[in-house]
Write a protein of this length. Structure first.
Length: 649
């Protein structure tokens, strides 16, 4: 296969945006498309090798997998091994368990399936996963486990069958991807069936270069066409890198922009064209040569520094780490990747033994970490470890069964409740603070995540569809019906972050079925309507605000401070650092408290310009904005939540 310097340059164009995207530089908001560029390149190169070997009658499945092992595993295993001590010393127990699971999944080339099951690609917690980026390696390897046997089967027929099978594979996968982008976005992002079309684009290009050389020569004979189409290809990639972001459904038809751009460069750029010469410059070719190792190194570096820091590290820190990933990449390319590729240095037997023993090692360590819940009691004092875990536990109020449930026995303390707790997870987290009163309050919990305490509207956003909003309205209708039928309730405590209703990017579904773009005036009107209706039922509404937030994961900050022996005060923040979304919610509540009682948690937590996220040795938060179970109880004792509620007559 003829060496093409511009392909290595294209690898550099792929890896640099990915690294800068994961570093958090907003200008590279679409840098994630670098993975799609890699898929097309990989499909082209691997298929070219397979078809060329088949044409010469020299193709061997064993040799193919040997080449893949030499290419992928040495650097991958080295980075995984390097990550082990940092994971042991720096990761919280739950994170260490997650990391252990990823060791197993990476070794079995199924990490894309693991990360699909755990969460989406865009979550903040994913930034803390040292091996998150290996999902793309899993997709490629799953493809190359299936692809060569499939190609061998098609070879029995005719070359035309091969071409049409590539076309069918690409179209079928693309259609699934387009559907999945709107119906199952997480699975769509991570899984092979919705990514195969990108590799198939490269496979189709390879077919033409191997079998349609006359057609290719005819197409490439015009210098102007080559220059124009190569430039368009580079422009399409640049457009994707700088304009795409997490709001773009991906992969979908949108992914055609960077993948077609990549295909145009592979087809029409060469050492004779301007784009080919640009991509063929020494610096880009050099980065392209070490791009695989650079890709492997960057995510563990970013993730471990995030784990070590109480707050999000600075942009300068990430820039330095991004730069440092390239010297590391050169070292692993020079002393690990290259030697393993040479058969004179490492025999086939050694490669397969290395694969088996290395996989066994990481699977063994990973299973041990999983079974022991992150090596519980081994990496730290067990009592300390359990306390840390308690800080990060989800807070469902009376019971996890209360999520989305109206009348579970576990969701009320007595048969004749006096107080109804109504809202979403920000209502759930108040319950410990209310329950600490003596004697135990008579309460009932009616909460559904994201579904705020509004009778007649429900939010619609990128994660919550119209059908979900209808289920939310069904839930709130059930709350209203129950209140009308039960006269023991005197007080209704309502809470929510409210920003899912106020955010201008979102919409609201009315009970009438109409949908409107949201704004604060709509929400003020509808909340007043709900509160007035509650009063007409003879109950007193009391609204609790969400706690102040600065955009950091305060629960994790508190847990890490306790884990590494720092003062919890390190996680306090200035009141003027409260995020603008929360400030807008407080402005919304200013309108509400002109007529109704609003208990502002920011006034309880913040004083003298500082928001203190702990009381004594108890952390108040479990994540970015929710109160922890112990934190809620501590606040409830200090500020007498129950008295604040029942003193209103």
């Amino acid at each position: 296969m003829k060496y093409r310097a511009e392909i290595n340059g294209l690898r550099a164009v792929a890896v640099i945006p990915v690294i800068l995207f994961h570093a958090g530089f907003e200008v590279f908001s679409g840098g994630f498309i670098g993975v799609d560029i890699f898929f097309v390149i990989s499909g082209y190169l691997i298929t070219t090798i397979i078809l060329s070997d088949m044409e010469q009658g020299t193709f061997s499945l064993v040799e193919f997998y040997e080449r893949r092992a030499r290419r992928i595993l040495p650097a991958l295993f080295f980075v995984m091994f390097f990550s082990l001590p940092f994971a042991w010393f720096w990761l919280l127990p739950s994170d260490l368990k997650d990391f252990s699971q990823s060791l197993v999944a990476v070794s079995l080339f199924s990490s894309n399936i693991l990360f699909w099951q755990e969460t989406g690609y865009w979550g903040v917690n994913n930034e803390l996963k040292p091996l998150l980026h290996t999902w793309s390696l899993a997709v490629e390897e799953q493809y190359y486990i299936l692809f060569p046997p499939f190609l061998m089967l098609m070879w029995r027929f005719s070359k035309r069958w091969i071409f049409f099978s590539f076309i069918f594979l690409a179209l079928f996968s693309l259609i699934i991807s387009q559907w999945g982008a709107y119906n199952s976005p997480t699975a769509n992002f991570f899984l092979l069936p919705t990514r195969a079309w990108e590799l198939a684009i490269g496979a189709n290009i390879a077919f033409f270069f191997v079998y349609k050389k006359k057609v290719i020569r005819t197409i490439l004979i015009d210098r102007v066409i080559n220059e124009v189409l190569g430039t368009i290809g580079l422009a399409l990639i640049g457009y994707s890198v700088f304009t795409f972001n997490e709001t773009v459904p991906f992969p979908s038809f949108f992914a055609l922009i960077p993948t077609i751009g990549t295909a145009l460069i592979i087809l029409f750029s060469s050492s004779d064209t301007l784009v080919g010469k640009l991509l063929g410059t020494k610096i880009l070719v050099g980065i392209g040569l070490i791009s695989y190792s650079a890709y492997l190194w960057h995510q563990p570096l970013f993730a471990f520094v995030r784990h070590r820091s109480l707050m999000e590290p600075s942009e300068l820190t990430f820039f330095v780490l991004a730069f440092f990933s390239f010297p590391l990449a050169y070292m692993s390319w020079r002393y690990i990747e290259k030697p393993f590729r040479l058969k004179d240095n490492v025999s086939r037997k050694c490669v397969f033994m290395f694969t088996i023993l290395g996989s066994a090692l990481f699977i063994g360590v990973g299973l041990a970490g999983h079974v022991t819940n992150g090596f519980n009691g081994l990496s730290k004092n067990e009592i300390t470890q359990n306390r840390i875990e308690e800080k990060l536990q989800a807070n469902y109020g009376l019971s996890k069964e209360c999520e989305g449930t109206l009348l579970s026995p576990k969701c009320q303390t007595v048969s004749d409740p006096e107080i109804l707790i109504w809202g979403d997870s920000f209502a759930m987290h108040l319950i410990q603070g209310i329950m600490v009163s003596e004697p135990a309050p008579k309460i009932i919990q009616m909460t559904k995540s994201v579904c705020g305490p509004f009778f007649d509207i429900a939010p619609i956003d990128s994660l919550h569809s119209v059908s979900w909003a209808k289920s939310c309205l069904g839930f709130t209708e059930g709350v209203k019906r129950w209140l009308k039928e039960n006269k023991t309730v005197k007080y209704v405590v309502l809470s929510s972050p409210f920003d899912q209703y106020i955010n201008r990017k979102n919409s609201v579904l009315y009970r009438s079925g109409s949908i409107k773009q949201t704004n604060i005036n709509i929400v003020v009107k509808e909340f007043h309507k709900t509160l007035n209706e509650l009063e007409s039922m003879g109950v007193i509404p009391i609204v609790f605000s969400p706690p102040p937030a600065n955009g950091e994961d305060l629960g994790r900050c508190l847990a890490k401070a306790g884990w590494i022996g720092l003062s919890l005060s390190e996680c306090n923040f200035k009141a003027d650092a409260i995020i603008k979304e929360r400030r807008l919610v407080y402005h919304f509540l200013d309108n509400i408290q002109k007529k109704f009682r609003v208990i502002r948690l920011d006034n309880l937590i913040c004083s003298d310009g500082v928001c203190k996220v702990h009381l004594d040795s108890v952390g108040l938060y479990r994540d970015e904005g929710h109160l922890s179970r112990l934190g809620s109880a501590k606040l409830g004792i200090k500020y007498a939540f129950y008295n604040l509620i029942t003193s209103i007559e």
